[in-house]
Ligand binder design. Structure first.
Ligand code: 9WN
Length: 438
């Protein structure tokens, strides 16, 4: 067990329950998002989990990231899933026999001994590594933690910036909705509509064994997810040819935030961080230049293959608030959008929904088409604090803790009622609860 009450403080029951969730989801080297729905290691889940774990066991938090990085591909990509060989193949779909990383991914440098997926997830890792280091710098230094992870994180960012700038404007494109992490967001509906779905009989959805069909993506969505992933695999995971390429505000904002973190890591290791801070600022400027719509007061996704901005209000468009170099006018307008009728934060709902409350596709229970998620709200809480909105940040923090408590650390919640949906005992919900409590 990771231990309970903090030194000198009375035990907090919510903290203890969150620690229990992380203990129950710990496999010995990393943490699963959910024992039932997601029984392997997921990339951005692990980054958020490490951010919470650092308050309980800095050593385990370091291991979480090290385990993920040990599955990094030679071209620098960090796969979105690292498969646990002890779990039955049919426990999660798509399984290793679908991705075939060690054969189809050989040219891209997939590791021979561990099975992974071939797509990526948002780059929260350098930010996580820096926060984990800060939790116990002495332990980190004694283990050479930053010294060992820095080259891997630098290669990861290099992969994204050099192989994934498919729009040519200095931003990274995702080539699959699973890469951005908000799988069935209405933001993807237009670019996905051009994709011919795989035959329904060609695959079996394991998620419906554990999740309610009304809370999950539809079969039609899955047909398209499978088609895109199979085409990428059949092209040996080479970048640039796929039919789906989207520049997403959250993915790119997390890369910029992580680049700032990498600059701090470089300084800690005795190198200069200036070039990295400058790169993070260039990314911020590219985000504003390519994805900001001043009239709407919102960041939108850009459909690189179809052309133009996708004018859907997804929570992804609020995440650039985490960036320190965001122009003041943009910050002001974005804060108004957070409070306004599309997201209603503090005025209608206590947690930001994943999608536009006014949008025709809004559904308070269906995954990323409306429910409120803990990771996105945790990022917003940081963004609010960064830009001096302390009272709003405090209210959001209280609402997050309340929802985690009453939903038993649900995967996501109904933004109006706070009722839990999806998996319970969810990894990043517990971890980010710990981070907010500390
Ligand atoms: C596909 C693990 C992951 C999260 C994603 C979330 C969901 C997977 C799925 O679960 O995606 O990667 O099978 O639905 O959308 O953000 O990382 O928790």
């Amino acid at each position: 067990a990771a231990g309970t009450g903090r030194r000198g403080q009375p035990p907090d029951p919510l903290r203890e329950r969150a620690v229990d969730v992380l203990d129950a989801n710990w496999t010995g080297a990393s943490t699963v998002p959910s024992r039932t729905l997601y029984p392997h290691q997921w990339s951005w889940d692990s980054a958020f989990i490490a951010i919470g774990l650092r308050h309980v066991s800095p050593l385990r938090a370091q291991s979480e990231l090290e385990t993920l990085l040990s599955a990094q591909w030679g071209d620098g990509r960090i796969p979105h899933i690292v498969f646990n060989p002890d779990i039955a193949l049919d426990a999660y779909f798509p399984s290793p026999d679908f991705w075939r990383s060690s054969t189809a991914g050989r040219a891209a440098g997939a590791p021979p001994a561990v099975q992974t997926s071939g797509i990526v997830q948002p780059p929260v890792h350098a930010l996580a590594a820096w926060l984990v280091h800060r939790a116990d710098p002495a332990l980190s230094r004694s283990r050479g933690f930053l010294y060992r992870v820095y080259p891997a994180l630098a290669a990861w960012h290099r992969y994204l910036l050099h192989r994934r700038d498919l729009g040519g404007g200095g931003l990274v494109s995702v080539v699959h909705p699973w890469e951005q992490g908000m799988d069935n967001s209405p933001c993807w509906d237009a670019p996905l509509s051009r994709i011919t779905p795989a035959e329904p009989g060609a695959f079996r959805r394991a998620d419906l064994t554990h999740g309610a069909a009304d809370d999950r993506p539809t079969d039609l969505d899955y047909g398209r997810y499978v088609r895109l992933a199979a085409d990428y695999r059949d092209g040996r995971y080479a970048d640039g040819a796929g039919e789906f390429a989207v520049e997403d505000p959250s993915f790119n904002a997390l890369l910029a935030a992580s680049e700032h973190a990498l600059a701090r890591i470089a300084c800690e290791l005795g190198a200069a961080g200036t070039a990295r801070h400058a790169r993070a600022e260039r990314l911020t400027a590219a985000l504003v230049g390519r994805l900001w719509d001043p009239e709407a007061g919102m960041f939108f996704c850009r459909d690189v293959r179809g052309g133009g901005l996708i004018r859907e209000y997804g929570v992804s468009g609020l995440i650039p608030l985490i960036l320190p170099a965001l122009p003041r006018t943009v910050v002001r307008a974005l804060l108004a959008t957070v409070r306004g009728p599309h997201f209603g934060l503090g005025d209608g709902v206590r947690l930001a929904p994943s999608y536009d409350l006014l949008g025709p596709a809004f559904d308070p229970h269906r995954y990323w088409r409306g429910p409120a998620w803990f990771n996105t709200n945790w990022l917003l809480e940081r963004g609010l604090r960064l830009h001096g909105e302390h009272a709003r940040a405090a209210r959001l923090r209280a609402a997050l803790l309340d929802a985690a408590d009453t939903s038993d650390f649900a995967e996501y919640v109904d933004p109006y009622t706070g009722a839990g949906c999806g998996a319970r005992g969810f990894g990043w919900t517990a971890a980010l609860t710990l981070d907010l409590l500390d």
